[in-house]
Design a binder for this molecule. Structure first.
Ligand code: FES
Length: 193
């Protein structure tokens, strides 16, 4: 009985080591295939995911812009002006996926050399709207009393710079402007659009 038990359970060392080697080879193959599949998945994920990531996160890194021309009026309307006149312009801003259409006031005036220019009506101090005071011959800001000459040059009060001069052109008989927002309360003009 004892002898029979020993015969059925004992194996030679060569047979055992052969099984171990086969097991190890199997594990090695499975690891290799697993690594191959993992790398393939990562590659496919990167190929598919990169454009998708850019598509989804485009609004986060896209710069808000309003670099389009807006009509201010017929150029003939401004050829003889000798004092600033206020106009309303409509412009579109593209902010990521959204297009926001806004209106803003601008002043058409003459610069120091007599050329037509278009000024933003936004006070460069804290963003109130300046108004041309014909009786005083200057722009006055209602918020903190900032004052500017007809050409937009800063005269007095807290604003750290003159009124912002906007890009303008004449096209097909129309005066056009590229409206921009600028950082408030800094001495040098810094575009935010
Ligand atoms: S906002 Fe114009 S002077 Fe302050």
């Amino acid at each position: 009985m004892t002898q029979k038990h020993q015969d059925s359970t004992s194996k030679s060392p060569e047979v055992c080591s052969g099984h171990v080697a086969e097991d190890l080879a199997g594990i090695g193959r499975r690891s290799f295939i697993g690594a191959l599949l993992g790398t393939g998945s990562l590659l496919i994920g990167a190929i598919v995911g990169t454009p998708l990531f850019r598509f989804v996160f485009f609004p986060v890194y896209a710069k808000s812009t309003s670099a389009s021309w807006s009509d201010v009026g017929n150029i003939g309307e401004f050829e003889t002006i000798d004092a600033p006149i206020v106009k309303t312009v409509t412009f579109a801003q593209h902010d990521g996926w959204r297009e926001v259409v806004s209106t803003q006031s601008v002043y058409v005036s003459r610069d120091a050399t007599g050329e037509l220019q278009v000024l933003s009506a936004i006070c460069p101090h804290l963003g109130c709207s300046v108004a041309w005071q014909a009786s005083q011959g200057k722009f006055v800001c209602p918020c903190h009393g900032g004052q500017f000459k007809a050409d937009g040059k800063h005269i007095s009060g807290p604003p750290p710079r003159s009124l912002d001069n906007l890009k303008a052109q004449v096209r097909d008989g129309k005066l056009q402007v590229q409206f921009e927002f600028f950082r408030s309360n800094v001495p040098d003009r810094e575009s935010l659009s």
